[in-house]
Design a protein around this ligand. Structure first.
Ligand code: ZN
Length: 227
């Protein structure tokens, strides 16, 4: 008796349940990994995340402002530039206070047509470590990561450490295209000297905004071609 029942169940599973499961999985993909209802990559909102804040000071510089102050200043400059260009911007913090990683991720997860860009400065006990790197996790974030990385590197000709896939909390738990930018080592005397200057941070911010706008423009032209 067992065999026929099992056979029937397998038959039912492959004929009926499998297609249903497949459809559910596809529907799940479209809500989990695309920028919004209008298709892959679409976004009209940018969540700008200034790393650290409040009691979490982030990395200690050789000299000057702590990481939390540099990230906030840079993030605010990126936000301003994007707003000037007509994008909707959500900032995870606008002052010196603590924000949990979960609150940061929630900011983009609740907005379907958004991308998430986190701003950080780097630190290493090897004082010679230098350069710029960008982390992402999902493949749908890699193009944005590449664009931002090459624009940042051009800012002060820092060493190009490349883009890297990394399971960081704000990337791992993000439903939107998400990147985390490390804009330079404040443990490196020469590089810290550069990023402690507001002029460098302004240029970094303008270039990050430029990359985000280019990513949006390429999506818009791509959908225009599809029509
Ligand atoms: Zn950091």
């Amino acid at each position: 008796m067992e065999l026929p029942i099992k056979f029937h169940f397998q038959n039912l599973f492959s004929k009926l349940l499998l297609p249903v499961l497949f459809a559910v999985a596809l529907a799940g993909c479209s809500t989990t990994f695309v920028g919004g209802a209008r298709g892959t990559g679409y976004f009209d909102t940018v969540v700008i995340d200034a790393g650290h804040g409040g009691f979490d000071r982030g990395a200690k510089p050789v000299k000057g402002f702590y990481e939390k102050d540099l990230t906030l200043d840079t993030a605010r400059r990126v936000a301003r530039k994007l707003r000037e260009n007509g994008l909707h911007v959500v900032e995870t913090r606008t002052g010196d206070y603590f924000v949990t990683l979960d609150q940061r991720v929630t900011a983009s997860n609740r907005l379907s047509g958004s991308i998430f860009v986190s701003i950080h400065y780097n630190w290493d006990k090897r004082k010679k470590a230098s350069g710029i790197e960008t982390f992402y996790l999902n493949p749908n974030s890699s193009r944005l990561a590449s664009r931002i990385q090459s624009e940042m590197v051009a800012t002060y000709h820092g060493q190009d450490r490349g883009i890297k896939s990394r399971k960081l909390y704000v990337l791992r738990n993000n439903k939107r295209p998400a990147v985390l930018c490390e804009l330079g080592f404040i443990s490196n005397s020469a590089e810290n000297g550069k990023v402690q200057s507001s002029q460098t941070r302004q240029k970094l911010a303008e270039n990050i905004a430029k990359a985000i706008l280019a990513e949006r423009a390429s999506f818009l032209s791509q959908t225009a071609n599809d029509r």
